[in-house]
Design a protein around this ligand. Structure first.
Ligand code: TYM
Length: 321
């Protein structure tokens, strides 16, 4: 069993990315697992190239600082030739309807002036990421499970049409904190690319800023201190964050406090303690560009080598290459 997952440098990593994804990758990682910074995916909407480059380095540092083995991380664009080739093969196995049905495409294309073709085809590039690596498990939050389903369909279709090359992957979703919501608007998922950073706790935020953001989190008017996600989404979100940091269930966490203020203080301190060592290590790495370059080059070489025979076989069976 090997796992593959990724984080897109569309902004700074936040507590949702950490609790829903990166922390689990670090804890549950096994020797053959691979985790990467999906910088090519960040090009699907309007972006700034210099900022993309800086964010890719920052996220690479955050992955290593969170405890993922430096041997198991890479940056997606270091494999741009391999992934570009495999994406084309998979695009030719994917229908327009399948790509256009993706919920994330529908949501994101609604809010864009110019809808880039890459936004439509990006789940196919994600399938190429997964299938090139040969991973059988793909840990993702709920928002990404539909994309993993597409990768499954494309793998099966290619294997039955042209010949067995790809491992059919399965999405694995974490039980708690699968969806951390924005602190200012608990109806919306916490997102790296949000315009208003007040509702987003970033992994590299300093402790005072984290305290301020959590204290200002929107809660509801009701004074009941219970975990009721549908009726009290703001409080439920804070309880989920707190519970995930403490390794408890949200209901257990709710039972330990008497007021919203207490929950907010406890959540702020738990988040600060959770992020403290990661922030320190990430800052150290960002101050040592030569070390980060070394990690990056080594990861790129390993990931390229691992996918080479699969790409060659897929091209050969497709009647090209
Ligand atoms: P991305 O960068 O949007 O998110 C990275 C991981 O964080 C999870 N996540 C969240 N979890 C809980 N609460 C939130 N508010 C929250 N926001 C994000 C995501 O589910 C994800 O696990 N397309 C992917 C990256 C990708 C990928 C892949 C993943 C590219 N290629 C191949 C797996 C395999 C993405 O943009 O993730």
């Amino acid at each position: 069993m090997t796992r593959l997952s990724a984080i897109t440098p569309s902004g700074h990593a936040h507590i949702g990315n950490h609790l829903g994804a990166v922390r689990r990758w670090a804890c549950e990682g096994r020797p053959g697992d691979l985790y990467f910074v999906s910088d090519l995916h960040a090009m699907t909407v309007s972006y700034n190239p210099a900022r993309l480059r800086a964010l890719s380095r920052e996220l690479l540092a955050v992955l290593v600082a969170a405890g993922i083995d430096a041997d198991q991380v890479f940056v997606q664009s270091d494999l741009v030739r391999e992934l570009g080739a495999l994406s084309w093969v998979l695009e030719c196995a994917c229908s327009f309807g399948e790509a256009a049905r993706m919920t994330q495409f529908k949501q994101k294309s609604d809010s864009q002036g110019m809808v880039r073709l890459g936004l439509l085809t990006y789940p196919v590039l994600m399938a190429a990421d997964i299938l090139l690596s040969g991973a059988d498990e793909v840990p993702v939050g709920e928002d990404q499970t539909q994309h993993v389903e597409l990768a499954r369909s494309l793998a099966r279709r290619f294997n039955t049409t042209y010949g067995e090359v790809f491992t059919v992957p399965t999405a694995v979703t974490p039980p708690t904190a699968a969806r951390v919501m924005d602190l200012s608007d608990p109806g919306r998922k916490m997102s790296k690319s949000t315009q208003d950073a007040a509702g987003t706790v970033f992994v590299l935020d300093d402790p005072d800023l984290i305290r301020r953001k959590i204290r200002r989190a929107v809660t509801d008017g009701e004074a009941r201190l219970e975990y009721r996600p549908d009726e009290q989404p703001g409080l439920a979100n804070l309880l989920e964050i707190l519970a995930a940091c403490l390794g408890k269930s949200p209901r257990e966490a709710a039972a330990a406090y008497r007021s919203y203020g207490e929950v907010k203080n406890a959540a702020a301190e738990a988040v600060i303690e959770e992020l403290r060592p990661i922030r320190t290590r990430a800052m150290d790495l960002l101050r040592d560009p030569a070390e980060l370059d070394r990690v990056r080059a080594h990861g790129a070489a390993r990931a390229t080598e691992r996918g080479a025979h699969r790409l060659a076989a897929a091209l050969r069976l497709s009647g090209v290459g």
